[in-house]
Design a protein around this ligand. Structure first.
Ligand code: PLP
Length: 224
């Protein structure tokens, strides 16, 4: 596995060279993360709190840790202090917990709201109605310890690229709609995290600002 070569190949195939790359290192050992680090990677994505907790002290301190997976409320406290960006905030209850933990560590925790765009029921995320309900909620408007920087979404796992494109397009259109809406100061629509190894080019064509790429860099995983 030549991680440096993989990284170059991935970056050279970007439709938008300014799109940020998060290298998804879940299930991979620290030695491979260090190879990526030595090739210039600073943004690493993990989907399990326990794995971030194990890897974080073993990696250099300038690594930016992205929590990309589904996050349980009772685990927010373990990463609140150092996490760079939480991509998968998929409920108001979870965001309330982040507000609470952010207050404890005196931080505005940077997050993206995950929106359900796939046909698959299994994927997490707000639907449109839930999202707008939260944005109008009076408790929500008073939050001071979270910083919402944009949206995240995962397309259906399918070979049908029209389907994938349609789903990414719907997320971009929601993103643009929110940009025009009056929102509290702590809600900014800057980042649109969409695109993985199989669909990052379509995602970039549809306006992604941040892609989360694992297997194209680190090779296939045995487990998810
Ligand atoms: C695993 C994972 C990725 C990366 O997937 P690849 O197909 O290996 O690029 C991206 N986003 C999320 C939320 C993931 O869980």
């Amino acid at each position: 596995m030549d991680i440096k070569a993989n990284l170059e190949a991935v970056k050279n195939s970007f439709i938008n060279p300014d799109c940020q790359l998060v290298s998804v290192s879940k299930t991979k050992p620290v030695e491979l993360l260090m190879e990526a680090y030595d090739a210039g990677v600073r943004d690493f994505g993990e989907n399990k709190v326990q794995e971030i907790q194990e890897k974080q002290p073993q990696m250099p301190s300038d690594v930016r840790w992205h929590m990309i997976g589904h996050l349980q409320r009772n685990k927010v406290k373990y990463i609140a202090e150092f996490v760079h960006l939480i991509h998968g905030v998929d409920s108001f209850r979870l965001l309330r917990e982040m507000e609470k933990q952010g207050k404890k560590v005196n931080r505005k925790i940077p997050v993206l709201l995950q929106i359900h765009i796939a046909e698959e029921e299994s994927k997490f995320g707000f639907d449109r109605e839930e999202l707008f309900e939260m944005l109008e909620n009076e408790d929500f408007k008073k939050f001071q310890h979270v910083h919402i920087l944009g949206l995240m979404g995962m397309a259906t796992f399918t070979e049908n690229s029209d389907q994938v494109r349609k789903e990414f397009r719907s997320l971009k259109s929601l993103f643009d709609e929110l940009k025009e809406k009056p929102l509290p100061d702590f809600v900014e629509m800057q980042e649109l995290s969409m695109g993985m190894s199989g669909d990052y080019q379509i995602a970039q064509e549809e306006g992604s600002t941040m892609v989360r790429i694992g297997s194209a860099i680190f090779g296939a995983r045995n487990t998810h």
